[in-house]
Design a protein around this ligand. Sequence first.
Ligand SMILES: *Cc1c(COP(=O)(O)O)cnc(C)c1O
Length: 407
Amino acid sequence: MAEMTDRAAELDDQDPLAAYRRRFVPPEDDSMVAYLDGNSLGRPTADLPEVMSGFIKQDWGTRLIRSWDEAWLDWPTVVGDELAAAALGAAPGQTYVADQTSVAIYKLARAALSLADPVRDQIVLDVDNFPTDRYLLEGIASELRLEVVWIRSDLGFGIIPDQVRDAVNERTALFLASHASYLSGYVAEAKLITEIVHGAGGLVLWDCCHSVGAVPIQLDEWDADFAVGCSYKYLNGGPGSPAFGYVATRHQDRTRQPLHGWMGHAEPFEMGPEYEPHRGIRGYLTGGPPILGMVPMRQMVSMINEVGIGAIRAKSLALTDFAVGLVDEHLAPLDVQLASPRDHDHRGGHIMITHRDFRMIKDQLWRRGILPDYRQPDGLRLGLSPLSTSFAEVAVAVRAIQALLQR
Ligand SMILES: *Cc1c(COP(=O)(O)O)cnc(C)c1O
């Protein structure tokens, strides 16, 4: 036990990014001992109280309506490009920030389908994808009378290129998958899978909610068609912060998103009688941009830019390596199973462990200020946010789980 703590202290000492832990708002009381849910809600950056207060006093409170013209109207694409450069591997002009992920999935899936040949009548996705992705695409399928082809991704912990190869053909209009699985963290071979779907003549929409900010993404290099992701997980944008949408340049102006709002109009302030989409990425906007929710994520995007996504990934792997090692040594003998990839290539920013008693144990952990999350039926997800999580937090959590299972 002491060994676990010593080892964690040693790793924290050697961590080249250790100083960044102080760049997040510390808890105000001792009710948080180990935060392992950064993949559901990232922590606010430490400068945020001041930044938000400045925003409220100056940008909003003093400049008032003038701020729309002076800055805010451009934020969806300005912040989109900042994010694209820091974490998406995307050239400027292809990314916007607005809406929720769910809405972005709807808009971009429909945009993709507006391009597809009408003889292509199938949408392909996997049964383990995040619920909102499945519900939305089933809804679109019934709206447009398409068929959903389900991939059963239970072979490993995620989507295998061979399964995609078997599922796509001349009927495939659109393929949607998560870059990193919200359950196992499994990181898909995005470039190869995109190539396979393109080989069959289909289009690809990548959901990067569980990878953006923790796992490097190369949308341009993958030749992705469309992508979405949220900003409140590893981008620390706060509750309800907006999603990003990516539309490859080659598809802009030839695809149409279905939610025709004034902010996507070529001339929003002409207040004209008919909808005419703005050219380029702005045509994918719908309503007034959620500016307040972009303030926190911009702070995090700038921190990611400062550190570099490569260094962030290295810390993330060091954290999950440590967690996997402790699980093997201390929890596996108590019947805990690792439900996440062991190899680095496929490991995301969090790991999932399973045990029949985890449903009960989760509440006890939360009462002790140890905050992983629980996923049906028997999984605990340990989300290790690279810049804010310490090795000590991992050790404390594993020790607490071990103690609870031994009772
Ligand atoms: C978190 C997450 C979402 C969330 O969708 P919202 O509309 O932002 O609530 C969607 N898809 C995946 C894969 C996620 O991990």
